[in-house]
Design a protein around this ligand. Structure first.
Ligand code: CP
Length: 320
């Protein structure tokens, strides 16, 4: 593949290859000297048309640790605000001869549209409600490390049950995680209020629930998602109190899950709404900060792999 547009484009062995390649960068990132010159001389543009903390910063850090020149374009401070179209913006970025473009956009399919207009690899940093592939990959890497720390086999997730709870309808994180986790053998349960569960999602090989206690029963992992109110214009929005009562992860609720069940959240968190602070901060169970750590390593792996052709290094297809 030239681009990384979604987990849906990847075979199981390609998902595992990306995760395995990230291990070297986890090790590098834990050292005091974190710099390599693998991508020296290359230019990476991060074009973000939606807000971000984790994804933008980790792509920037990833590119810099690999030795590339990294520049960020924030749509709010760009000529998009003067009416420039998405396609004209893409053509403009392409004319500067970048070696990779990382894009976040509020519309599903916008990243694929840009990929069709430029000459370099494009990485999807989240497009509308469609996909957020590097999030699912970093989640898988964080889960692998947490399981290994407990002495459990974690080459893939066969036999593991993961419950994803929250605003599934609007969540690109849920979609990419369903594709990634099922490809790696996990049993995936989705839990949401009826209005926030996409119709027919069972076709993706998941079980659906509207009752959170039933969805949590015996689960090995609880992955919590926030309500994406920015995508709910004109829709009924549950009050934070009501939502917490039915779908908030509390210590009491977590007791229904498997003993030592892990807690995940892609961030940003709304503490006291979808997750209680004391659960988010449980040192032995919550791997939320480890997810952030793995984000840098996964993005280093993705940038390294996708720029190999431009660097005259054998691409990932040839190396598998
Ligand atoms: N998880 C995630 O995509 O976070 P940001 O929106 O802060 O990038």
């Amino acid at each position: 593949h030239r681009d990384l547009l979604g987990i849906g484009q990847l075979e199981r062995h390609e998902i595992l290859y990306l995760i395995d390649e990230a291990e070297q960068w986890v090790a590098l990132n834990r050292q005091s000297a974190k710099h390599t010159d693998a991508l020296a001389g290359l230019t990476i543009i991060n074009a973000f048309f939606e807000n971000s903390t984790r994804t933008l910063l980790s792509f920037e850090i990833a590119g810099k640790r690999l030795g590339a020149d990294v520049v960020n374009m924030h749509a709010a401070q760009s000529s998009v605000k003067k009416g420039e179209t998405l396609i004209d913006t893409a053509i403009t970025l392409n004319a500067m001869h970048p070696d990779a473009i990382v894009i976040r956009h509020g519309s599903s399919g916008a990243v694929a549209l840009i990929a069709g207009k430029v000459d370099c690899p494009v990485l999807n940093a989240g497009d509308g409600s469609h996909e957020h592939p590097t999030q699912a990959l970093l989640d898988a890497l964080a889960l692998r490390h947490a399981l290994r720390d407990r002495g459990e086999k974690a080459d893939d997730f066969t036999g593991l049950t993961v419950t994803i709870c929250g605003d599934i309808l609007h969540s690109r994180v849920a979609r990419s995680n369903v594709l990634c986790l099922t490809a790696l053998g996990a049993n995936v349960r989705l839990c949401a209020p009826p209005a926030l569960m996409p119709a027919g999602i069972e076709r993706m090989g998941v079980q659906t629930f509207h009752n959170f206690d039933e969805a949590l029963a015996g689960t090995d992992v609880a992955m919590m998602l926030r309500l994406q109110t920015e995508r709910m214009e004109g829709q009924f929005i549950p009050s934070p109190r009501e939502y917490h009562h039915l779908y908030g992860l509390t210590r009491k609720r977590l007791a229904n899950a498997a003993p030592d069940a892990l807690v995940m959240h892609p961030g940003p968190m709304n503490r006291g709404v979808e997750i209680d602070s004391d659960v988010a901060d449980m040192l032995d169970r919550s791997i939320i900060t480890r997810q952030v750590e793995m984000g840098v390593a996964i993005r280093m792996a993705a940038l390294d792999i996708l720029t190999r052709k431009a660097r005259g290094v054998a691409g990932w297809a040839e190396q598998q």
